[in-house]
Design a protein around this ligand. Sequence first.
Ligand code: AMP
Length: 424
Amino acid sequence: MNILIIGSGGREHALVWKIAASPLTDKLYCAPGNAGIAREAECVALDPADHKAVIAFAKDKKIDLIVVGPEVPLCAGIVDNLEAAGIKAFGPTKWAARLEGSKGFTKDLCKANNIPTAAYERFKGASAAKDYVRKKGAPIVVKTDGLAAGKGVVVAETIQEAEEAIDMMFGGGLGAPAWEIVIEERLVGEEASFFALCDGETAMQLASAQDHKRVGDGDKGPNTGGMGAYSPAPIITEDVNRRVMDEIIHPTVRALKRAGAPYKGVLFAGLMITKDGPKLIEYNVRFGDPECQVLMLRMMSDLLPALLAAHDGQLRNFDLRWHPDVALTVVMAAKGYPGNYNKGSVIEGLDMAAQIDGVEIFHAGTKADGNRILANGGRVLNVCACGKTVREARSRVYAAIDRIHWLDGFCRRDIGWRAIEREK
Ligand code: AMP
């Protein structure tokens, strides 16, 4: 099969790595890709926002399946447009992608189907929103309705902070002024990421993971796209797992089918494991980044038949096998991230680092300059490893990182700390 993967981050490098290993794969393209991806796939300078150009490329190269990595093209309806042009595309339609594209849509869906989530209200104006905040008190969570690249959530410790967040969102502090915001109860517990593959009717769970969103050691400092992750998540016990499927994932898939927007693709539930059980924080409509990287390392089966079965509505009799080992990834980012950072610094030692047993390095934001690899983004590398325990996987990752010479880069040194405490 000829396959095209859309995206340019570490998630897409991991997908490329996994799909390149499939005996079904003939020719593999990635648009736009990065320097690491270019070693395993042909990178093409296509703009994922230009659906017509993607369709023309797919027809020209006789692409059999397009796998869409990021949420922005999914929410913009790229799958609808590709399918209308007769091209198989993996991922949800625009209507189904509202699970990520609209917080209000998802919260209403939860309420209507008794899916456990934080209590909430939706607001179109600042004054009613502030009245509600004063009535409920702090801590309280303020969220903008649309996609905001991880910046649309403020967990406010005080009423004043919540009011400032409301003004910021309606005042255009995140780009365009919010047309609606959601205000919700703050959940208390431990967070985990849960992934399921869906074919419109059947949901098959993948694996669980936990990530570290804060930039600094000890989970301190500003939020980022994710500074590291590991799989499986020890907090997802068998009982929690069953509850997530029965109380959250299955009711969601059934509700979307009933609504005429059947969900096909990867459903990524961000969960809070509270003392009352798992509650949904939010849905994403694609693999997580960096969670995808650790999932792909643990997946023993071929990914491609699973994506095809999801696309074709054939997951009912499908199964996937997983390595029992733990996988862990640490993100190396450019100094300054998640604020301002420079591009173009030289990274050396990657080949030496990759020689450590069990280590795999995915590129998240790099570009090639002759034989040199240059940083080309905020999150730049995902150094990953498998191991029998979290501790073993982590020590392999940091041994690899210590072989990488990149003066302008940094990483957290404590990824997996919660899971390692549990291993003790
Ligand atoms: P989201 O973009 O919805 O994933 O939110 C980003 C982060 O904000 C989550 O990973 C949580 O750490 C936090 N968060 C969002 N909603 C809540 C909530 N209701 N209670 C506590 N923390 C939350």
